[in-house]
Design a protein around this ligand. Sequence first.
Ligand SMILES: [Ca+2]
Length: 119
Amino acid sequence: MTTGGVALDRKGWTITADSEELTTEVAPATNAIDNDTTTYWHSHWVWGAATDTPLPHYLIVDLGAAKPITGFSYLPRQTGVNGRVKAWEFYVSDDGVAWGTPVKSGAFPDGTALQTVTF
Ligand SMILES: [Ca+2]
């Protein structure tokens, strides 16, 4: 999350996801905000099985307090081609219950480049 192009301090943030892989590989939601480009979040999957959690997936980042947000950045996983975000919607909420309509939505290209979005 950014304000005026400057990354917000992640201290105190928590994150949850509808799905995360913790068995086949260790790719929890917390990997998405750990500031480590070698770790990534991945939804649940099982090699060769049809039990993957269906799309869409979501991450919820609790900033711990109200903060002005004017954009965000997304770094796709740097190794491997699966698990990258394609179509996305960005929502905000004051209470974690009411999410309303997306602040912005779009689609990221398939690649490893850092994606930066401004509202
Ligand atoms: Ca990471």
